[in-house]
Design a protein around this ligand. Structure first.
Ligand code: ADP
Length: 315
């Protein structure tokens, strides 16, 4: 509790995070406002005590109101500037990502065409190069899609579709998708699905994204041989489906757990050895779970492992 209050008033940290100077941070401005109010009250009190004149009192009070109005206006202006720059930044990300999407898709089509039509004449080395170009292109497409989702979330344009979803199938497919990567790291993926899990209305692509992210993280953040367990369940009384992805990997340090669903956040213990990652996956996943009327949460212990679970309502 004490730490939280100190943290809230760490003005320099807030300035760094917001990218503004110290005197422009909301905490500093509210602090100034508080001081001005205290000084103004004391001044009005003293003046009313020493001068028994209603004119002087009215003038002092008017002065107080004007200075409060000036400081208040200054605070509002600064908050407005921050809100506008945040909006401009989201729009820039959205436009840039849209513009990148078309050429990236074009590269994909051309590569597919090249592989389908002319692959027989290529040497093994040329195949390897094409394969690596294809993988890099896929990575960029995923990043662009993530950035577009982030921009949509920030602009309140993040909508979910509604179609019949078979969550067990999504879980099984995610396990297949990451099995090769897991095998290469000496990680076993075990799937246990509830055969009574009903299909329900949801956004198939977004749920694939969420499950894929949890499974890929569980495999990615394993620095030794280990096991990833994916379990699905149905709770008929609450009409909820639940999926948990558990690993015995590097875990998340206690001090950083509260930041895990913030965008671009990556914990210190993983950035040292796993350079691949943007810190966007869980931010998007949390939004998908929330927007679906469900929830996403986790338990984790550094050097022991993590368990990420989500529930979704069955409508
Ligand atoms: P990314 O994996 O691209 O960095 P995410 O948003 O998916 O982005 O995850 C954010 C951060 O949360 C990761 O960088 C890592 O620090 C931590 N994290 C997520 N899942 C796990 C996990 N299963 N084990 C340990 N740390 C994890």
């Amino acid at each position: 509790m004490r730490l939280k209050i100190i943290n809230d008033f760490d003005i320099q940290k807030q300035a760094r995070e917001l990218g503004v100077s110290v005197w422009q941070t909301p905490s500093f401005l509210f602090f100034v406002m508080g001081i001005v109010i205290i000084i103004a009250m004391t001044a009005v009190y003293s003046i009313s005590k020493y001068y028994d004149s209603p004119e002087i009192l009215i003038m002092t009070e008017s002065g107080v109101v004007i200075s409060l109005f000036i400081v208040g206006n200054f605070i509002i202006r600064n908050i407005e500037i921050m809100a506008i720059s945040n909006k401009v930044k989201s729009e820039f990300v959205s436009v840039a990502s849209h513009q990148l999407k078309t050429p990236l898709s074009e590269v994909s089509w051309k590569l597919e065409l090249l592989m389908a039509k002319y692959s027989q004449g290529l040497t093994e080395k040329q195949h390897e190069i094409l394969d690596s170009v294809n993988k890099s292109n896929d990575k960029m497409k995923r990043l662009v899609n993530d950035l577009l989702d982030v921009a949509r979330i920030e602009q309140s344009n993040f909508y979910l579709g509604s179609e019949s979803v078979d969550l067990n199938k999504i879980v099984e497919e995610a396990a297949v998708d990451y099995r090769d990567l897991a095998r290469a790291k000496g990680v076993e993926i075990e799937v246990s699905t509830d055969r009574f899990l009903p299909s329900f209305q949801g956004d198939q692509r977004k749920l694939e994204l969420m499950v894929g992210n949890l499974v890929s993280n569980a495999v990615k953040y394993m620095n030794k041989k280990g096991k990833v367990r994916i379990v699905s369940n149905f709770n008929p009384s609450k009409k909820q489906v639940q999926v948990c992805v558990e690993d015995n990997g590097v875990g998340i340090p206690d001090s950083q757990q509260k930041k895990i669903f913030e965008k671009f956040f990556r914990s210190d213990n993983v950035v040292k050895y796993q350079t691949e990652g943007t810190g966007l996956g869980l931010y998007i996943a949390k939004n998908i779970a929330d927007k679906s009327g469900g929830d996403l949460w986790f338990e984790s212990k550094e050097n022991v492992g993590s368990k990420f679970c989500f529930i979704l309502p069955v409508k």
